[in-house]
Design a protein around this ligand. Structure first.
Ligand code: PLP
Length: 405
């Protein structure tokens, strides 16, 4: 855990008053910006005048409202700068395309989100000549051995990753470590732990309401500026920039992100402990026996628990489907839906949904079995009520407790 406190950093940000003195900032919804003198525009195109001089050009390049949300994300992640994107995939693809050219190579965790896997496994080699070697990111020797003289990025998602050791390996080879911190905002601060760039799918916990698709890239001022370069910036040229109205909407949710993360973590731990006691094959990093438990205790900020995501292995896809359907349709425990970070519980069978892009071999290497139910645990209802629903559904689908056997 680092000594920096993201909550204090957020509170130190200059408050943006609304145009009429409103306590919420005004939304700068314009897609283009006027200049007072004709000479200003050429200077902006030559990079001589920018937003730091109060000169704005065009919404895809830069927008003050989106910039403000970027400041909040940078405060959370402890980076010099951040900028927000239209989606998590927009953030990930822009970051990789900024760091890699044709012929370059990525070393990535084999347990990344299915869309990220498909981007690296299928899209980037085909469209851009960028190859990826997938490795078990907990096997540090395998990570070191996968790095070649063509490697430009080591990429991982935050949970399970020993960020300080991975950063040391990446830096030894002269390449940056990029961490997708979607699962653990505030719980982990990858840059404080040695990473160079953090990406987020804001769509998940940071939004918290499953009503917007959004993302962010957090890094040095120089790196974030490079994403918006007029000639080579992937955000500027591929265009996955965030809409100002979305940015204003998300910005208002940042102050209660800490409360929401703590609530997700508390409920997930309580349910995981009860499931474990009940004899279910539950996997949650907050449980003592979990392989990442001690590592996470070393790295995490203790105020937000161990995150909101756990898995229950029901053995077969049929049993997994029966459990999810009973939980949704009989008990109203949550929803059969992909994604995570919603205030209600979301359940999906990872192997046939969010990780279906992976080959069978890669799924098995990432321990994604066909009966695995992923739950993003929400905080609505009471713990007792949710536990009775979960236990009831397990009984209904004929779950046999390992303890009872
Ligand atoms: N990263 C992770 C860990 C995800 O789970 C997802 C989406 O599920 C993404 C990135 C992609 O984010 P988005 O759907 O906002 O593009």
């Amino acid at each position: 855990m680092s000594g920096r406190n993201p909550i204090e950093a957020l509170a130190r940000l200059r408050h943006e008053f609304g145009e009429h003195g409103g306590v919420n900032m005004s939304i700068e919804a314009s897609s283009t910006f006027t200049v007072m003198e004709p000479g200003t525009m050429p200077a902006m195109f030559q990079g001589l005048k920018g937003h730091d001089a109060g000169c704005y050009l065009y919404g895809r390049h830069f927008n003050p409202t989106v910039y403000h949300l970027g400041l909040q994300l940078a405060a959370i992640e402890g980076t010099e700068a951040a900028y927000c994107t239209a989606s998590g995939m927009g953030a990930i693809s822009a970051t990789l395309l900024a760091l890699c050219n044709a012929g370059d190579h990525i070393v990535a965790s084999n347990a990344v989100y299915g869309g990220t896997y498909a981007l690296m496994h299928d899209f980037l080699p085909e469209k851009a000549g960028i190859a990826t070697t997938f490795v078990d990111i907990t096997d540090l020797e395998a990570v070191r051995n996968a790095i070649t003289d063509k490697t430009r990025v080591v990429y991982t998602e935050s949970l399970s990753a020993d960020v300080p050791k991975l950063a040391a390996i990446a830096h030894e080879a002269g390449v940056p470590l990029v961490v997708d911190n979607t699962f653990s905002p505030l719980i982990l601060s990858p840059v404080d732990l040695g990473a160079d760039v953090v990406v987020h799918s804001i769509t998940k916990f940071i939004s918290g309401m499953s009503d917007v698709i959004a993302g962010a890239v957090c890094g040095t001022e120089e790196f974030i500026e490079s994403l918006m370069d007029l000639h080579e910036g992937p955000l500027m040229l591929l265009g996955p920039t965030m809409d100002a109205k979305v940015a204003a909407n998300i910005s208002l949710r940042i102050p209660h992100l800490p409360l929401r993360m703590a609530a997700h973590g508390e409920r997930a731990l309580a349910l995981a402990e009860r499931l474990d006691e009940f004899g279910a094959q539950v996997c949650y990093p907050g449980l003592d026996g979990h392989p990442d438990h001690e590592l996470l205790d070393d790295l995490r900020c203790p105020d937000y628990g161990y995150g909101g995501v756990m898995t229950v292995d029901m053995g077969t896809e049929e049993k997994a489907n029966a459990l999810m359907s009973t939980l949704q349709n009989k008990y109203g425990f949550g929803f059969m839906a992909v994604s995570l970070g919603y205030f209600d519980t979301l359940m999906s069978c990872s192997g046939s949904s969010t990780s279906s892009e992976m080959t069978d071999e890669d799924k098995s290497a990432a321990h994604i079995s066909p009966g695995l139910v992923r739950m993003s645990v929400g905080y609505t209802g009471t713990l007792e009520q949710r536990w009775q629903q979960l236990k009831g559904a397990l009984d209904d689908v004929g779950f046999e407790s390992a303890h009872a056997a």
